[in-house]
Design a protein around this ligand. Structure first.
Ligand code: NAD
Ligand code: UFG
Length: 339
């Protein structure tokens, strides 16, 4: 029998790529998304890529009535919970919105899951829960901390889910700590489509290359890294999406609660990213070196060995593919889903 997965936030960047992987593995997919940072066009494109249909419900994960209606209508095997707000800077301006969306949203979702006998949950956590790590690469047993409301919301949710599992071991929870998602589906049909000025490096570089923005500001050139710019573990979004399908399989074996890093296991600097994007796009990416961005760390990359061991998952795509796919998406959809 095919299993049905509820994907909250499934119209978003990582969610839409994950829907493709799930459909290709013959899961039935129901997406709940309030479209606060996404377009329903993403799901039409998911259907185009896979030749399968996605059931889309427009609504908020904090809305109990919608959840009750959904859990009453479908028998879910598992839930993947992407829905949430993710902009670090914005989270400092409107922290309560972040705690409400991210923390309250997860609490309400977990309550309704339990009430309807669904105990398998994949949660979108983040490498941000490691704060400024004392050493690299980062392992899952490193100390956790938060430096901004967004990161704190992820850390609080991890702790809440830990308490929940201790209280009732019917739960199976995968805390997936993503490093830096980048790239797009190779079809060029789906990709990252920021509503506003991008906060993150990759969409910003793409928009400079396509001519939507004049130049990139590189935040800090005096970090203790090879070339002075910040170093991150950029993981292809399709590899990340596949990690969710592996996590679902693991949950179904009854694994309890566990955290896994989803990263490649090595880092690239901002200047290396600019050079790689220029090569893939054959477009110049003008930049200026500016002050460090408050709250940024020098370098961050994963030790992904635990995910390999437990989930049988490894990132397969490298920087060349990330850049080629990011450029294909950006150049064929210069205004994202609004084209
Ligand atoms: P995204 O904004 O593209 O996707 C999130 C989706 O959730 C959007 O479609 C949005 O409309 C929806 N949403 C937000 N609040 C909602 C609510 N209350 N009810 C229903 N839908 C809601 O972001 P993404 O990059 O795909 O990230 C997905 C998840 O992964 C988020 O939880 C994010 O915090 C986490 N994450 C992202 C990154 C990253 O760099 N992209 C890194 C680590 C973790
Ligand atoms: N950067 C620039 N200019 C920009 C944007 C970013 O120089 O315009 C630099 C940053 O200083 C950093 C690197 O590019 O050195 C990556 O920055 P991002 O904003 O793309 O990513 P972060 O590592 O800061 O954070 C991202 C998500 C977080 C998540 C974290 C770990 O935004 O939500 O990855 O997964 F927690």
């Amino acid at each position: 029998m095919t299993a049905t997965i509820l994907v909250t936030g499934g119209a978003g960047y990582i969610g839409s790529h994950t829907c493709v992987e799930l459909l290709q593995k013959d899961y039935d997919v129901i997406v709940l998304d309030n479209l606060s940072n996404s377009s329903p066009e993403a799901l039409r494109r998911v259907e185009k890529i896979t030749g399968k249909s996605v059931t889309f419900v427009e609504g908020d994960v904090r809305d109990r009535n919608i959840l009750r209606e959904l859990f009453g209508r479908y028998t879910f095997d598992s839930v993947i919970h992407f829905a949430g707000l993710k902009a670090v800077g914005e989270s400092c301006q409107i922290p309560l919105d972040y705690y409400d969306n991210n923390v309250s949203g997860t609490v309400i979702l977990a309550q309704e899951m339990a009430a309807h006998g669904v105990f398998n949950l994949v949660f979108s956590s983040s490498a941000t829960v490691y704060g400024d790590p004392a050493s690299l690469p980062i392992r899952e047993d490193f100390p956790l901390s938060a430096t901004n409301p967004y990161g704190r919301s992820k850390l609080i949710i991890e702790e809440i889910l830990g308490d929940l599992y201790k209280s009732d071991n019917r739960w199976n929870v995968a805390l997936l700590r993503y490093f830096n998602p980048a790239g797009a589906h190779k079809s060029g049909l789906i990709g990252e489509d920021p509503n506003d000025i991008p906060n993150n490096l990759m969409p910003y570089i793409s928009q400079v290359a396509i001519g939507l923005r004049e130049k990139l500001s590189i935040f800090g050139s005096d970090y203790p890294t090879e070339d002075g710019t910040g170093v991150r573990d950029y993981i292809h979004v399709v590899d990340l999406a596949k990690g969710h399908a592996c996590a679902i399989e693991k949950l179904r074996t009854g694994c309890g609660l566990k955290a896994w890093n989803l990263g490649v296991g090595n880092g690239h600097s901002v200047l290396q990213m600019v050079a790689a994007f220029e090569k893939a796009s054959e477009k110049p990416v003008p930049y200026q070196l500016v002050e460090r961005r408050p709250g940024d760390i020098a370098a961050c990359w994963a030790d992904p060995a635990l995910a390999k061991q437990d989930l049988n998952w490894v990132a397969e795509k490298g920087l060349t593919e990330i850049m080629a796919d990011a450029w294909r998406w950006q150049s064929t959809n210069p205004k994202g889903y609004r084209d």
